[in-house]
Design a protein around this ligand. Sequence first.
Ligand SMILES: Nc1ncnc2c1ncn2[C@@H]1O[C@H](COP(=O)(O)OP(=O)(O)O)[C@@H](O)[C@H]1O
Ligand SMILES: [Mg+2]
Length: 264
Amino acid sequence: MSDPASGTPAAFRLEAAGRRYGATEALAPTDLSISRGERVALVGPSGSGKTTLLRLLNATADPTSGSVEALGSDIAALSPAGLRAVRSHIATIPQQLGLVPDMRVWQNVATGRVGTRGFLGGLRDLLLPPKATLVEIHGLLDRVGIEEKLFARTAQLSGGQQQRVAVARALYQKPEAILADEPVSSVDPARAASLVELLTGLAAEHGLTLVMSLHNLELARAHFPRLIGLRGGRVQFDQNPAKLDDTMFEKLYELGEEEMLQDG
Ligand SMILES: Nc1ncnc2c1ncn2[C@@H]1O[C@H](COP(=O)(O)OP(=O)(O)O)[C@@H](O)[C@H]1O
Ligand SMILES: [Mg+2]
């Protein structure tokens, strides 16, 4: 399906899609279209709905209202096999990275394709990988700058290196889209910038759609042509950063009266 504004096909489209958890409206009904190859940063305070939006996009949460289309398919209309197929084209880098510390680096990267290889194929790749698999993974580690860590135990890597393993795992999935949920919140600013540069650069080079939630506004403004600001589960702006002035960001992050009365 194509985006009427630009003529390029949409990677993701929300039509009045929202998500409630009991009395909490994590995401109010939202209309949104993200074109294939677009790079989008989600910004907003904690609890504003960033993770919920990402979970609607990768179909790990169902909307409680409206509809979500991912990579051309209406998620609600898919069979379980169809849903698995769509999910296999969307790589997610979760905030906690989701790496298995006791596995070797190459094994963590290999898990990127387990979902599409079936249980036995996936198991074989992790125990007795064909040489071609190791060569491919070595190439990906080279791309992310840690090729010497192929056989290292993942737990022995620094936080920044583990993030790069998670990026390599996402690439090994050969995705059409990468969704990253605050992937840089736990490292120092220099490492955060270099990871954001790596991901935006890879996305641009491969024509991947990239949607990343980011706490760091400066990074979002510097590296993404489109910023979506969320607050209280509602989109406050959806703009090129050059068109946003500082007051928009101040409004996004200023504490409401109720929030000031709450602890934390
Ligand atoms: N699984 C859940 N169960 C209950 N409430 C949730 C769940 N996920 C998110 N929420 C609530 O929805 C709101 C938005 O959360 P979230 O999407 O995680 O925000 P963010 O990622 O911006 O911090 C918060 O109030 C949060 O407590
Ligand atoms: Mg979150």
